[in-house]
Write a protein of this length. Sequence first.
Length: 180
Amino acid sequence: MIRIDNLVKNYKHIQALKGVSLEVPPGEIFAYLGPNGSGKTTTIKILTGLTRPTSGDAYLHGFHVEEEMLQAKWQCGLVPQTINLDSELTVQENMDIHGRLFRMPAALRAQRIEELLDYVELRERRGSLIKQLSGGMKRRVMVARALMHSPQILFLDEPTAGLDPAIRRRIWSLVRKIQQ
């Protein structure tokens, strides 16, 4: 569950968030929509611990995102707007590093990598360098990586930006599959 109470974020002379409050029950697919500059990415950054709010409170599965930051971070996976994979590493290496950050044992990391690459239909590309993949494949790797530590919440910040319609449909199909 996600709960936000009167969240405010100021950047110097700009108020990016103006008292946002919302609640998303577990198991929901929730679309946080708005025009460019309306604070969507800022909200996600606060919820994932990448920036701090000016005021207000946010909780992920009951963990306060500031006071219980580590526990809150373990509740979520993030697929950001921009591709942030290491292009000089392989698909498997990118995922393995993510698993190490979440202190997953080697055997569990190996198992999850295989499961998730099957899930996103990229098992045969596990040894490929990221720079050799198409944009759609990179997005699918980012989704798999975000799921590596089995989070309860998955944040997708414009996951289909810049992708062709066929790949967009595939990504959204994958999101529906994740929900099940």
